[in-house]
Write a protein that binds this ligand. Sequence first.
Ligand SMILES: Nc1ncnc2c1ncn2[C@@H]1O[C@H](COP(=O)(O)OP(=O)(O)OP(=O)(O)O)[C@@H](O)[C@H]1O
Ligand SMILES: [Mg+2]
Length: 272
Amino acid sequence: MTGPAESPVLRIRGGALAYGPRRLWSGLDLDVQAGEFIAVLGANGSGKTSLLRAVLGQQPLTSGSIEFLGRPARRGDRRIGYVPQQKLADDGTPLRARDLVALGIDGHRFGLPLPSRSRRARVDLLLEEVGAESYADAGVSTLSGGEQQRLRIGQALAGEPRLLLCDEPLLSLDLAHQRGVSELIDRQRAARRMGVLFVTHDINPVLSFVDRVLYLAGGGFRIGPPDEVLRSDVLSELYGSPVDVIRTRGRVIVVGTPDAGHDHHHDDDEVE
Ligand SMILES: Nc1ncnc2c1ncn2[C@@H]1O[C@H](COP(=O)(O)OP(=O)(O)OP(=O)(O)O)[C@@H](O)[C@H]1O
Ligand SMILES: [Mg+2]
C-alpha cells in the first residue's frame, strides 16, 4: 500500500485541454500513487487519449501542470510506458513477436545496444511475464489481437516504467482475453508498483482491480472510488442529462449516456 508521505508518481494540477474553441476538460487535479490502478472512462471524444498524450508530453496542456516523479513531464521519458489505442500489425510486417518486445528495450539505449546475450535474456523474461513464450518466434502479423496486445504490453514494460498508460487495451478482445489482459496488467502493476492509467469503455473487466475511476464527460470530470462515481446521480449531473447506473450480478451497466449503444461495440468508430 502507499504511505501518506510518499509523493505521487503523477501529479496533475489545474489541467485543462482545448483544441481551439473545443474544450475537452478543465480544472483537472489528479494524483496517481505508486501501485495505484485508475480507470479512465468517458464518451468518445471526451479527451481520454488526449489526456494520456498530455502525460506523455506529446500534447501541451492549455493550462495547468503535469509532474512525473516530481519533475515536469517531458516527452520521451521511458519510465512512462504506453500502450496506444489499438492498432493491429500490418500484414506485411516481418517482425517476430520477440522483435516487437525488443524494440521496447532498444528504445532507451543511447546508441550502445546491450550485449546480445543479456538483451536476449531480458526479452525472454518480458515474453514470459506477458505470457507470450509459446509464440515468441511467430510472425507478429500471424498472431491474434489478444496475443499482439500482450506483446505491446511487454514492449511498454521493457522501459521499467513507473507509470503505465493503456489506451483501451481490451478493444476487440473476447471476454476471456479481456480478463487475461486485465489480469496481466494488474499483476505487473502490483509486482512493479507501477501507477496505471487504464482507458476503457467497459469498466467491468477491471472493476475488481480499480482503485479509482476518472470519468470524463460534458467538459467536466469526476474522480473517486468506483462506488462513488458510478452512480446514477453523479453521472446524471456530470452528463447534464438523466443517466442510470445499474448494478447486476457484480457488473456495472451505464444506461442513457449520449454515446449509449457504442459502449461495447464501437468498432465502427475505431476504423483507421
Ligand atoms: N491534435 C488534435 N487537434 C485537434 N483536435 C483534436 C486533436 N486530437 C484530438 N482532437 C479532438 O479532441 C477530441 C477528443 O479526442 P480524444 O482522442 O482525446 O478522445 P477520446 O476520449 O480518446 O475518444 P475515443 O473514445 O473515441 O478514443 C475529439 O473530438 C478529437 O477529434
Ligand atoms: Mg481515445
